[in-house]
Ligand binder design. Structure first.
Ligand SMILES: Cc1cc2nc3c(=O)[nH]c(=O)nc-3n(C[C@H](O)[C@H](O)[C@H](O)COP(=O)(O)O)c2cc1C
Length: 178
């Protein structure tokens, strides 16, 4: 895992190569193995591989969804809010695990934030996605993971850029600004 993390970066441009069935099955297995608070297993997942639907999803917000323009797969991550207070955490864990498994299989991916974003003044990004994919209102959409084979894989962040000042021992440090 640490080797994967050392190389991990968001990928926003993909080739036209499609994702094979064997890999798709591994991605599905990953999602269903994600931990969830109180084991609610409330998350559900929509695999969108239809190009025209992915293109529509790319319109979910004015900026920040460009990775969907070339993605061969979009995985929409959602949960019924009434089933668990931890739906954001559960969907987030599923999202990042999906991204890490994708990377381990040679794919690239980018998290597209849907919850809390706006499509326009009249419509949230969530409502926009719900309408396109016919998702009932009680299901909350956290993210869409745009995926595909990377056009150019960005290199991981160098160790020297990591800010170890953010890691504390036993107690939060007193800072001059506090
Ligand atoms: C919760 C979350 C939401 C994100 N939303 C978006 C998004 O809507 N669009 C996008 O292009 N990238 C999005 N990203 C990717 C971040 O921009 C990216 O992780 C960050 O800039 C660091 O770059 P890196 O992943 O290459 O290390 C999101 C990442 C996270 C964790």
């Amino acid at each position: 895992m640490i080797d994967l993390l050392r190389k991990r970066r968001s990928v926003r441009k993909f080739t036209e190569q499609l994702i094979g069935d064997e890999i798709l099955e591994l991605l599905k297995e990953t999602l269903l193995r994600s931990p969830s608070s109180r084991n609610s297993q409330a998350c559900e997942f929509i695999f969108v591989d239809d190009k025209s639907s992915i293109e529509k999803l790319a319109q979910c917000k004015p900026s920040g969804a460009s990775a969907l323009n070339t993605a061969s797969l979009a995985v929409v991550i959602l949960a019924r809010e009434s089933q668990t207070v931890a739906w954001i955490e559960d969907c987030s864990i599923a999202s990042i695990l999906l991204q890490m498994t994708a990377q381990s299989l040679g794919l690239g991916s980018c998290w597209i934030q849907i919850r809390g974003r706006e499509h326009s003044e009249e419509k949230t990004s969530e409502t926009f996605v719900q309408e396109i994919l016919e998702i009932p209102e009680e299901y909350r959409v956290l993210s869409i993971i745009a995926m595909g084979y990377p056009q150019n894989a960005p290199s991981g962040r160098p160790f020297s850029e990591l800010d170890f000042n953010k890691i504390h021992l036993n107690i939060f440090p007193l800072r001059e600004t506090d």
